[in-house]
Ligand binder design. Sequence first.
Ligand code: FAD
Length: 452
Amino acid sequence: MPKQEPFERIKNFDEVALGYTQALAIEEASRCLNCKKPQCREGCPVSINIPAFVKCIVDNDFAGGIKTIKETNALPAVCGRVCPQEEQCEHKCILGRKGEPVSIGRLERFLADWEASKGVIEKPEMAHSNGKKIGIVGSGPAGITVANDLALLGYEVRIFEALHEAGGVLTYGIPEFRLPKAIVKREVEYVKSLGVKLYLDYIVGKTRTVHSMLQEFNAIFIGAGAGLPWFLGIPGENLNGVYSANEYLTRCNLMKGYLFPARDTPMKRPAKVAVIGGGNVAMDSARTALRLGADEAHIIYRRSREELPARVEEVENAEEEGVIFDYLTLPIRLIGNDQGWLSEIECLKMQLDQPDESGRRSPVPVKGSEFRMKIDAAVCAIGNSPNPLIPMTTRGLSVGRKGNIEADEQTGKTSVDRIWAGGDVVTGAATVISAMGAGRKAAKSIHETLSK
Ligand code: FAD
């Protein structure tokens, strides 16, 4: 797919990947072998009929293609951009065994963008109102999916969102250069066009409890995500210039800090930034730092390149843009200057040992390998867990060891009658499509339960 050149793109926040032209999309779709038993669909957590929409592209029937996707996915422009297809549908594509799989995600994006360029967004057939009301906590991919599926089935759906913009991580976390906010808005507007009502600045657990909502709604779905950042627990984390990735990216994306002073949120522009972690969140933070004018953005990761959990495409983009990867490195102390600002980071070199319970080789420190790096800011991107507010204010809700709400994997049912949950609030930080898959299962279960 055509992309902005690295030397150009690190000076702006515009989208990096430019999308297929019609000719490129048809050429790519024509590589599909039309397998008798297509594996790709099995690899999709929301079961998009991939062979059917790819065939529509080959036949120049773009309207038919997007209609097929929307039967099971309300966020095609989002998923086409950020889903880890290389581990899902594309991983199952037969062509991938000997060469390159069909670029299913890029084709999905092409159809969604094609529809948007027409200005007329088609809606699937909707059932008549059944008079039942559903309350949804959180407007991320999990909540949006439940809202979409139940609105189509004739439910009156209301979403309650704590922030002043809808979309969850899609809006406040993933940067503009990877997922333009106009696209998230467009897909949220689509779900609203199905009759879903959205209440912003509404913190469930503070503005109103889940139990009080149960008096008004037939069922509640909790899709509150995992927005509570983890820190390393090392000395110096309270110094000025040390951020959680949540704060750093929220300031930039949701609050539009990169447009300061045209927008109100100030954003410091340090020269040397160290991002700790190796996932998508870490890549997004380091690439954001470069765009904010950093001379150096480092990724400090305790394992090697092979173990990086981030999407390969995003690692390659970060490498092309000049992010410096310090592998097998573990921060052990943050050191400040006289004014209480971060000035150095002390690290240990690591080496890889036997695989741990996750199957990845464990990093172990190399004795006596301590060294220091001069640094102006550090961004901690080592993971998140769910915010405890809802479990703390909802009687009877079972919660796991890491603060995640416990819910049945197949149905999303929680320990409290008429309350379902899904997405990151259940699994801990995961992916957009897994949150959507959980939303889809919960919507099905809610419908089955309320139809009895
Ligand atoms: P969220 O998206 O977190 O949405 C939860 C919503 O609930 C939020 O809007 C929150 O404000 C709201 N909320 C919370 N508490 C309350 C309350 N008490 N009352 C009302 N509302 C509440 N995944 C990918 O697949 N590909 C990627 O490339 C990718 N990159 C990522 C980059 C970053 C920087 C981050 C942070 C995550 C990334 N992810 C990626 C992960 C993915 O975005 C999440 O797994 C997904 O958004 C989870 O969806 P969700 O609906 O469960 O929760």
